[in-house]
Design a protein around this ligand. Structure first.
Ligand SMILES: Cc1ncc(C[n+]2csc(CCOP(=O)(O)OP(=O)(O)O)c2C)c(N)n1
Length: 358
């Protein structure tokens, strides 16, 4: 005998089309331009910051930087859907979400400038610092979500990572544990089609990345990651389920990395220019702007004022960053251990003894 014991489907969600048209079945908030304008403003703010960070790196004033050009809708949806008491565990491409959570531009610049004080956020004290190792923070997020459950707190841990991260053991382990324990965890995959030079097609033979939720027994869905409306709706629901004790979710956000992987990369060596050009036509900020302009809620003067405001904010943050004296060299030992092991304590004393930056 042979029979089907289970069947699964993966839903795809899009409400705002690349030409700015909004579907009739879009959620109610999307009918109100006053609810959409803050999302657009947040995208432009993040993009303005991003462009300046790349320029600073190019002029030797910032370390290696990971641009989020083209992926702003994901960060904006995550950052705006979360409540202050939730905890964000970002990878290295989630500036838009961090900015909305209250991390300052100066803190972000300090971090990318190699100054760990940039991870000591004055705002969201319990949010995690940027995670450079791929997918390890999925496991940390499970720990955070487990703590919320143990304490009976209605809070959600939100971990964001790339498509490449979903190939890692940490990702599967985290999803599996979260499913078994029905934890208040939301994992957002920014599927930007590339893991440095490795294309999505060589990351996984699975048709979607969202279906990886199926094996973990948790909710999974695929969303147009350049559509902030669909993303926001999916995340509102996922966070709502998590808060209500209905378990974790995986949201795969389909997007495209319009820039290089980092400033240390040259994507033109492995990526077709035509492909990039095509993808520009779908990018999230222009898409939302087209919609707002079409419904008469946005115009040239609004755009100019917003750009001026964003640029001024960025320039102010850059000035504060550049005016921050570098940390003492021995500071590199200071946040690793509660108590330094003897060998590291000796090294620290040696470095401190040298004085200055020698
Ligand atoms: C555990 C680990 N292995 C390898 C690396 C090197 N590495 C840095 S970024 C990257 C690709 C990640 O791609 P993806 O998860 O798709 O995220 P994206 O950068 O595209 O947002 C790799 C392999 C790393 N940072 N951590």
């Amino acid at each position: 005998m042979r029979e089907t014991v289970a069947r699964f489907a993966v839903a795809y969600r899009r409400h705002l089309h690349p030409d700015g048209r909004l579907d009739d079945d879009a959620p109610a908030f999307a009918r109100d331009p006053a609810r959409l304008i803050p999302l657009y403003r947040a995208m432009v703010r993040a993009r303005t910051f991003d462009a300046k960070a790349v320029a600073l790196q190019r002029t030797g004033q910032l370390g290696t930087y990971a641009s989020a050009l083209g992926q702003e809708a994901i960060g904006v949806a995550v950052g705006s859907a979360m409540r202050p008491e939730d905890v964000l565990l970002p990878s290295y491409r989630e500036h838009a979400a961090q900015l909305l959570r209250g991390v300052t531009m100066t803190e972000l610049l300090l971090y990318w400038g190699g100054d760990e004080r940039g991870s000591d956020f004055a705002g969201p004290r319990e949010d995690f610092p940027v995670c450079i190792p791929v997918a390890t923070h999925a496991c940390h997020a499970v720990g955070v979500a487990y703590a919320f459950r143990l304490r009976g707190e209605a809070r959600v841990a939100v971990a964001v990572m790339g498509d490449g991260a979903t190939s890692k053991g940490d990702f599967y382990e985290a999803l599996n544990a979260a499913g078994v324990w029905r934890l208040p965890l939301v994992v957002v995959v920014n599927n930007n089609q590339w893991a440095i030079s490795v294309p999505r097609s060589r990351q996984s033979a699975a048709e979607t990345l969202a279906q990886k939720a199926v094996a973990a027994g948790i909710h999974g869905e695929q969303v147009d990651g350049n559509d902030v409306v669909a993303l926001r709706a999916a995340l509102d629901e996922a966070l709502g389920r998590a808060r209500a004790g209905e378990g974790p979710s995986l949201v795969e956000a389909l997007t495209y990395r319009l820039g290089d992987h980092t400033t240390a990369d040259d994507a033109s060596r492995y990526r077709d220019d035509d492909e990039v050009r095509r993808r520009w036509a779908e990018e999230p900020a222009a898409r939302l702007r087209s919609h707002l302009v079409a419904v008469g809620a946005w115009g040239k003067a609004d755009e100019e004022a917003l750009l001026a405001e964003a640029r001024a904010e960025v320039e102010q943050a850059v000035a504060a960053y550049l005016a921050t004296p570098p940390p003492a060299p021995e500071a590199m030992f200071d946040h690793l251990h509660a108590e330094l092991p003897a060998a590291l304590a000796r090294q620290r004393a040696e470095v401190a003894g040298r004085g200055g930056h020698g």
